[in-house]
Each structure stands twice: as C-alpha cells, then as structure tokens.
Design a protein around this ligand. Sequence first.
Ligand code: NDP
Ligand code: GDP
Length: 325
Amino acid sequence: MSNSVRRALITGITGQDGAYLSRLLLEKGYEVFGLLARRGTDTTWRLRELGVAAEIRLIDGDLLDLSSLIRALEISRASEVYNLGAQSFVGTSWQQPLLTAQVNGQGAINVLEAVRLVNRDARFYQASTSEMFGLAQSPEQNEGTPFHPRSPYGVSKLMAHWATVNYRESHGLHASSGILFNHESPLRGLEFVTRKITHAACAIKNGRQAKLYLGNLDAKRDWGFAGDYVEAMWAMLQQPKPDDYVVATGVATSVREFCRLAFERVGLDYAQYVEIDPGLFRPAEVEFLLGDSTKARSRLSWKPKTSLPELIAMMVDADVRRQTK
Ligand code: NDP
Ligand code: GDP
C-alpha cells in the first residue's frame, strides 16, 4: 500500500449510506475498507448493485467488539473513519432498546476509543440524525436547536453525538457529527416508509399485492437523496476543524403526499389502496421535521441536487425494474 493513497474505514458499509459513500470515495481515489458484521446471509447486495463490491476490502468486526475495531483501524491504516453502523430503524428501537443503545451509543464510543488508541490523527465522522430533535423545539431545526428525542433510537444517537463532541473537546480528535435528515434511495431498507411505499406501489400495479397498510400518514419528513448526503459526510472530514452540521433539503412533505406521488408514478390513485393499521403508529411520534442546513451550505459548499419528485421517480423506477426481472 502506498502512503500517498488516502484510506477510509466505513462501519455500516453494507447499509444504504455505506454503499453510496464507498462509491464516492472510490471515485475520489481512496482505498476503501469496510467493517463487516458476520450474519447468517450475504449482506453485500447494495455494494454489488452499485458495482463497488470487488473494490472494497471487508474486515470482519462488530461495533460491540472494541478489539475488532482496533484491528480494523490497524489493518486499514485509515486516515478517515466513517461510523455509519447502527440499529437504524426507529420502530425496532422500542422492541430492542438495549441493543439499540449498545450498537448506536456504546458502539460509537468503541469506534472513538479505537481511533484514540490507534491513530489520533484519523478524522472521524459520526452518523447523527434529525431524530435527536424529535419533539422539535422550533419550526426549522439547525445546529442550535435543543434536542428532545422521542424513541430509544433517538436517545442512543444523542449519546453518540455527545460522545463525538466530547472526544473532540477532551482528546482533541478531529471528530465531526453530521446531523442528517431522512435520506432515501433505491437502496433504502424495506422497513422504512418511503421504500415500503415505492415497493408496494409497484407490487400493487403488478397485481402481486392488494393493499398497503401504513400508520401515521400525517407525519412530515424532510426527505433527501442518500447519494447527495454522503457528499456532505466527506466534505465535513475535509475541513481544517471538526464541527457539527445539519444536512437537509429544507422541504417537508407528509407521508400521505409521498404516497400520492409514488402511486401516481405507476398510474394509480393511492387513496384506493392505502389503509391505516393502528398497530403501525408509534408509542411516541416525531410529527414534523424540517432542516435548516444554512451552515453546511455556506461552509461545506454543499447543497442537495435531487428534488423529492426526482427521488420518488428514481425509487419507483428501480422497484419496477426489480419486480419485472
Ligand atoms: P442502514 O440500516 O441501511 O445500515 C446500517 C448498517 O449498520 C448496516 O451495514 C448494518 O450491517 C450495520 N450494523 C448494524 N449493527 C452493527 C453492528 N453491531 N456492528 C457493525 N455493523 C452493524 O442505515 P443507513 O445506511 O440508512 O444509515 C447510515 C447511518 O446513518 C446509520 O447510523 C443511521 O442511523 C444514520 N442515519 C440515517 C438516516 C437515513 O435517513 N438513512 C438519517 C440520519 C442518520 P448489516 O447489514 O450486517 O446489518
Ligand atoms: P424515521 O423518520 O427514521 O422514523 O423513518 P421511517 O421511514 O421509519 O418513518 C417516517 C415516518 O413515517 C414516521 O413518522 C412514521 O410514523 C411514519 N409511518 C407511517 N406509516 C409507516 C409505516 O408503515 N412504516 C414506517 N416505517 N413508518 C411509517
């Protein structure tokens, strides 16, 4: 390995953002290493779908095992570490609050410790979330908005966020926290509402599914495209100083409107197919999120390139292609 080549280590490489970030870093000439948590099945389908699987070096490890993280940092000799690994689904966090806290909260601290122990000069990115704002204290949320998480997921991510700030302040690490609002893509997991909707719209169109059952249709989210958001992650680690940044589109849309647009893309009226399942409502809901990403736009020169209608078209068309194979 040459010393001039930049090396990055990504936890959560098999996830949606891991795949898009891998592709971005490879395009920029990085050697990309990924932490691979051992599962019963092959979890690399997203990396194969983006055509990057062969170029990535996977290292066995788990966020809960500090020794594996130390080993991954030693093997990769990474100068940039992106902590994207998480139990990332809010709904599941009520069923598995302790696992969520361990993987998302303690897991982030494990990565920070590994960086501190192996290479203090490595730059660190923490995948923070708008879910930390939760019961939002202002109509638009930015870096100064107080946090009020509404789920075990939000609570766990707040621990990781403050640990990132603390390692910056107490150990001088170049540790940044990206407070990203919801971002989606054709690679989004089927449990998230956007992909659940685009997948169902296609299945209903094909006659494979009769109805789509959803919970709260009035919740609003600031939805962007994951491919755009990983550019902000990278840009944060190129700054001379570490910091926290909100990354968002600045447009809030309801789940209902998302349904309308997705079904319209396949020529259907959502109202005829979507039914409410009270069991899908959450014990505590985040009704409204809208991000103010002025800081990222001015300091990182970042802005989203993909509108919500474009994102929905991309997701629906990908599901149509998959389902007609
Ligand atoms: P995904 O759920 O698609 O990916 C999560 C990744 O974490 C997977 O690669 C998963 O591996 C890995 N992982 C889970 N548990 C462990 C563990 N114990 N050890 C090692 N790896 C583990 O999430 P996204 O790509 O959508 O999100 C990336 C990050 O950004 C997450 O931290 C998420 O919470 C955060 N975030 C996401 C937002 C979004 O809208 N997408 C918004 C704001 C923040 P495996 O496939 O093997 O399970
Ligand atoms: P989140 O913002 O990280 O929780 O992302 P999700 O995609 O899981 O949920 C976004 C919003 O959609 C939340 O307010 C959910 O309550 C709402 N929602 C409504 N019906 C559903 C559903 O069937 N599944 C999911 N995942 N969310 C739903």
